[in-house]
Design a binder for this molecule. Structure first.
Ligand code: NI
Length: 222
């Protein structure tokens, strides 16, 4: 009995040590998990900022070059570059479209994995056919969109674009349209990522588009 008891005690001590070790391991694991959670929190902080950004973009109904009604759903699943302007624009729009065309060339094969849109702010003169032909004169991939004045106004409002018809002082009876020159980058879910100002570098825009394309691919494969 004594020998048995003597034999039992070290066993008990050994299992106590095992329990202490187990507790330490559990504690360590909990610590690692907490650290991992803390590491995740700063990453999710920028997502909270997109709640404010989400005000830019949203549903629209417009018409493509063939006069067919299109909505944001027709472009879902791919990032979009959205630029508002008009075909009579003397400088800002041609410059913006040239930069978009250069960014598309820079993207190469990857350009087919996003959609560049040029939406008119001048539906009176820019019919769907006119605006699409104009957009494609800069790059064949650019989709020109127009619509009824109401449809265009709704799209302008959705993207918080400033656009105002003003008399053309040089040509009495004619008009121009003052408008904001921003190019908007939307992700594959149609959510606003960032805008590019007038004069932004095509290579930088291409790099940002590539980043959003790659991020979408990562999210889809997870
Ligand atoms: Ni313009």
């Amino acid at each position: 009995m004594a020998a048995k008891a003597g034999k039992k005690n070290p066993e008990t001590a050994a299992s106590s040590r095992k329990l202490v070790l187990l507790a330490l391991l559990v504690g360590l694991a909990a610590g690692v998990m907490t650290a991992a959670l803390l590491a995740i929190i700063p990453q999710s902080a920028p997502q909270q900022q997109t709640i404010g950004k989400a005000a830019i973009g949203g549903p629209f109904t417009l018409k493509d070059g063939a006069g067919k009604a299109v909505t944001e759903k027709d472009f879902a699943g791919k990032p979009m570059l959205v630029f508002f302007g008009f075909t009579h624009c003397p400088d800002v729009c041609p410059a913006g479209l040239q930069v978009i065309a250069a960014a598309l060339d820079e993207l190469g094969d990857k350009a087919s994995r996003m959609t560049p849109l040029f939406i008119t702010v001048d539906p009176e003169r820019d019919t769907p056919e006119v605006v699409d032909k104009y957009a494609k004169s800069f790059h064949k991939a650019i989709v020109g969109l127009s619509g009824t004045p109401e449809e265009v106004t709704a799209a302008i409002k959705a993207y918080r674009v400033y656009a105002k018809k003003v008399p053309d002082e040089a040509n009495p009876g004619e008009y121009s349209v003052d408008h904001s020159p921003f190019i908007y980058l939307m992700d594959a879910r149609g959510e606003f990522v960032r805008h590019f100002s007038h004069g932004a570098d095509a290579k930088m825009i291409a790099a940002e588009i590539a980043r959003v394309i790659d991020a979408g691919q990562t999210a889809a494969s997870l």
